[in-house]
Design a protein around this ligand. Structure first.
Ligand code: ADP
Ligand code: GN1
Ligand code: MG
Length: 362
């Protein structure tokens, strides 16, 4: 494997001679390797997921444009240490920001952000605050990005009717045993199908503005430095037009789950209210001025929507035979669904408090 990785690495024009590479991080979609060379610099080599992303050249164009925009803004504002605050991509001698191997795999090389780390499970409220602040900063950095320059890398990514249709198709084809095990979860989730159309309706009617959003704001997609200060949002594959509710809601879904989305025991899942308050404070301190009254008024619904959608997506994959999310044990996607459903129950229980807390920023 290392020999193959070395060969691919050498297709890019960058400094240093290959020393070693190891799988890195816990992302679900791309295959990520951290590459050491005979210099102080390190790299991230990724095999992009062509099952999920249909047009990799366009996807890379999106990512480069967004990074360039952020870089220009940092330069204009005379921010220090900027190379740790956006992703630097490397090119092949043909001038492409990706390499296509003989098996049709697409690879990209970027600078490993020095001294960075990310959390799958948030350890305390102070870190939740920093992650909220980092996401708020990211929203500011992309707020004036021209959405017409982006292609939609995954059409209808957070669209409820699309996700329900996928679920329906998976149910129709599911093995009876899997269907039986999903019964209670399906019944619980069905209660949300109608109310969860509300944000989409407000989006369609222009009541909520379309923005350029990240759309995959899981906590481990934000890099922090050694002192847990935010550096950079990564995983820009899904930067597309969307609602702020998607970014805020998905980050809350991820950061306020006491046990994290991969826990084997859903009874350990609680909604961490202190993390929520800290995250929201950090986020609003940075970005509140950007949002309309109506966006802030309805923002709490994003927490419900994104947790519900994630449950629907994991369950769809379980019923479909596990083709989207990588699994390490047979009922992994069923277990992931139980975790999201447990979190959804917790969010329902605390909804009034969540909503009230956000309203102070209106
Ligand atoms: P996926 O789409 O599979 O989630 P990501 O782009 O999020 O892939 O990368 C997976 C993990 O690799 C991240 O969660 C992060 O820990 C790490 N990572 C990715 N890019 C960088 C980078 N440029 N510098 C440091 N770490 C990175
Ligand atoms: C995937 O790539 P990663 O692991 O950061 C997924 C998200 C899900 C998340 C759940 C493109 O994110 O939408 O919320 O898994 N990304 C894509 O863990 O589908
Ligand atoms: Mg990721």
């Amino acid at each position: 494997m290392s020999e193959q990785i070395k060969k691919i690495f050498e297709e890019f024009s960058c400094s240093g001679k290959f020393v070693s590479a190891k799988p890195y991080g816990s992302g679900h979609i791309n295959d990520t390797f951290r590459v050491q060379v005979d210099e102080e610099v390190e790299y991230i080599l990724q095999r992009l997921n062509t099952g999920v992303f249909k047009d990799i050249p366009k996807l890379m164009q999106n990512k480069e444009r967004v990074c360039q925009h952020i870089r220009n803004k940092l330069l204009r504002n005379k921010i220090s240490d900027i190379t740790r605050k956006y992703i630097t991509y490397y090119y092949t001698p043909k001038g492409k920001p990706y390499y296509k191997d003989y098996d049709g795999n697409y690879w990209t090389l970027s600078l490993f952000i020095k001294g960075s780390k990310s959390y799958d499970v948030i350890p305390n409220a102070e870190i939740a605050y920093q992650i909220g602040s980092g996401l708020g900063e990211f929203e500011n950095r992309i707020a004036d990005f021209d959405a017409t320059l982006l292609i939609e890398t995954i059409p209808l990514f957070h669209n409820v009717p699309r996700r329900l249709n996928d679920l329906k198709n998976a149910i129709a084809k599911a093995e009876p045993e899997r269907l039986e095990k999903s019964k209670e979860l399906l019944e619980y989730l069905a209660r949300f199908d109608q109310p969860m159309l509300e944000l989409q309706r407000m989006r369609d009617e222009g009541i909520l503005p379309l923005r350029v959003t990240h759309n995959d704001t899981k906590a481990n997609n934000l890099l922090l430095d050694a002192n847990d200060r935010p550096l950079c949002m990564i995983d820009l594959d899904t930067v597309m037009p969307g609602l702020v509710h998607y970014d805020f809601g998905d980050a809350i879904r991820s950061a306020c789950n006491s046990a994290g989305e991969e826990t084997r025991d859903e009874n350990e899942v609680f909604f961490k209210m202190d993390f929520f308050e800290a995250f929201t404070k950090g986020f609003m301190e940075k970005a509140r001025n950007q949002f309309t009254y109506k966006e802030k008024k309805t923002l709490a619904q994003g927490c419900v929507l994104m947790t519900y959608l994630q449950a629907v997506r994991f369950l769809t994959d379980y019923l479909d035979g596990d083709h989207y999310y990588p699994i390490t044990y047979p009922e992994h996607n069923l277990q992931r669904t139980k975790v999201q459903v447990q979190l959804l129950k917790e969010i329902e229980k605390h909804y009034d408090h969540i909503n009230k807390f956000i309203q102070q920023y209106c």
